[in-house]
Design a protein around this ligand. Structure first.
Ligand code: ACO
Length: 437
């Protein structure tokens, strides 16, 4: 008998089953043979929120949540953040290797020459109310863009696939900046192809009357690091949405609109916005202990703390803390940083947080930097979505090439009523089982 197997005894029948173990997993479908009778459907696993279920095999991002390790294609995140550019990292995520000089030049050229959007898109944008949330506009614009590129449906054509990858990485900053300009009622600033990816984004966000926008190199570099840190994070909620939608062979623009919608939630990419709102609600360092007391009493969660995978300090939060120091040298220190540092200090010593392994996550400090860089709070989830584009697309392309993948379609444990006789209107008593669950 091979050792790399799992023996299961079904105590209902006394039967034994031997399941192969591969890559430290068993195949859920192998459980189907475990039946009480021939007409039994077979055993399933029950795993809401995928707490212990691998939905794919991947070679893109590695995380060891207990040790606080994050690697893209095997390269540690701190080395990439220190030495690389976001476009170089996006090439790495999508191609699997760091680019040579000429490969990076071609890649950059291709991205830079797809930054403009169709003029009609501006009319779609103009249809939004003046105070529309920029993330809502960003999500809608991704869906709208799919209507401009019918070739995006040609997902098994490699050339067409790369075209959409260039388009999406290039246009994400443009629609993000346009959403911001619409929100504040300013004319749109067009892309400037002389600037870096991050520099051009700053140009489209903040250019006013100057003939040529010159980004501050420290701010440009800080944005570059933040973009690298947010580029991918394996099978998180948004990426799972991307894979799930795209598994129906939906085009990548529409799939990415769904992924961005998942990212919008306050428990995911919307958390950095919530952190800032929380810090301004706390207001000053002396109010921190009382706030922590209320968190422990279960009134609300400490935003920017805790992670499904990291049960240690999020390595991205560590790097962001360093970037914050560099940014504050240019912009001046934000008093919210003191509130954040005190919150972190107390939480890291408190038994409630220690016992549950709750540490600051990527969102805890990113918002403070974004605020110092003059981004309004409601742009924070959008700033997360721009760099995540590369990760979503890498995961999408990987999924399309994976013969194991099919349309995503979970099972359920049905607990409702079965096969009842239809009740005529006059005989109904109006009682329901309960509220909508
Ligand atoms: N503040 C206070 N208590 C918390 C927090 C928090 N931020 N996070 C988790 N807990 C507690 C829970 O109440 C629970 O306690 P209990 O065992 O007494 O019931 C325990 O820790 C485990 O929490 P779960 O919700 O089971 O953990 P899960 O892995 O499902 O949640 C999540 C992870 C959603 C990130 C959670 O920690 C959270 O809500 N954090 C705040 C929001 C946030 O910062 N999100 C950003 C995550 S990073 C990202 O998406 C980019």
């Amino acid at each position: 008998m091979s050792n790399n197997t799992l023996t299961i005894t079904d105590n209902r029948t006394g039967k034994q089953y031997e399941l192969p173990i591969e890559n430290e997993t068993i195949k859920a479908l192998d459980l189907r043979q475990i039946k009480v009778s021939n007409d039994d459907f077979g055993l399933m696993t029950y795993d809401p929120a995928f707490m212990n279920t691998a939905s794919c095999k991947s070679r893109i991002t590695f995380i060891d949540g207990d040790k606080g390790i994050l690697e893209y294609r095997g390269f540690p995140i701190d080395q990439l953040a220190e030495k690389s550019s976001y476009l170089e990292v996006s090439y790495l995520l999508l191609h699997g290797e760091l680019p040579t000089e000429s490969q990076l030049k071609d890649w950059t050229w291709n991205i830079t020459h797809h930054t403009f959007i169709n003029e009609s898109i501006k009319q779609v944008m103009d249809g939004f109310h003046y105070n529309a949330h920029p993330m809502g506009m960003f999500i809608s614009m991704l869906g709208a863009l799919s209507t401009f590129y019918p070739d995006a449906k040609d997902i098994f054509n490699e050339e067409a696939r790369w075209k959409q990858i260039y388009r999406l990485i290039a246009k994400a900053p443009t629609i993000a900046a346009f959403a911001y300009r619409h929100r504040i009622g300013m004319q749109y600033a067009y892309p400037d192809n002389d600037l870096s990816y991050e520099g051009n984004f700053l140009n489209m966000m903040f250019k006013t009357t100057e003939l040529k926008y010159k980004p501050d190199p420290v701010i440009e570099r800080a944005l570059n690091v933040l973009f690298i840190l947010h580029a991918d994070h394996e099978q998180n909620c948004g990426t799972n949405a991307m894979r799930s939608i795209a598994s129906a062979q939906t085009d990548p623009f529409s799939s990415m609109a769904g992924a961005a919608a998942a990212l919008y939630g306050p428990l995911h990419g919307g958390a950095n916005e919530m952190v800032l709102r929380m810090l301004s609600e706390i207001g000053s360092v002396n109010k921190v202990p009382d706030y922590i007391k209320r968190v422990k009493a279960g009134e609300f969660r400490l935003m920017g703390f805790g992670h499904r995978v990291y049960k240690n300090y999020d390595p991205r939060a560590r790097i962001i803390k360093q970037v914050a120091d560099e940014v504050f040298e240019v912009t001046g220190k934000d008093p919210m940083l003191d509130v954040a540092l005190e919150l972190e200090r107390i939480a890291l010593e408190d038994e409630y947080f220690v016992k549950r392994k709750l540490y600051p996550n990527v969102d805890f400090y990113s918002g403070i930097i974004y605020k110092a860089l003059c981004f309004p709070v409601d742009m924070f989830p959008v700033l997360f979505a721009i760099p995540r584009t590369a990760g979503w697309l890498a995961q999408w392309a990987e999924m399309l090439g994976d013969a194991d993948q099919k349309i995503a379609r979970p099972r359920q444990v049905y607990l409702g009523q079965r096969t009842r006789e239809y009740v005529p209107m006059a005989e109904r008593n109006g009682k329901t089982e309960g509220a909508i669950a």
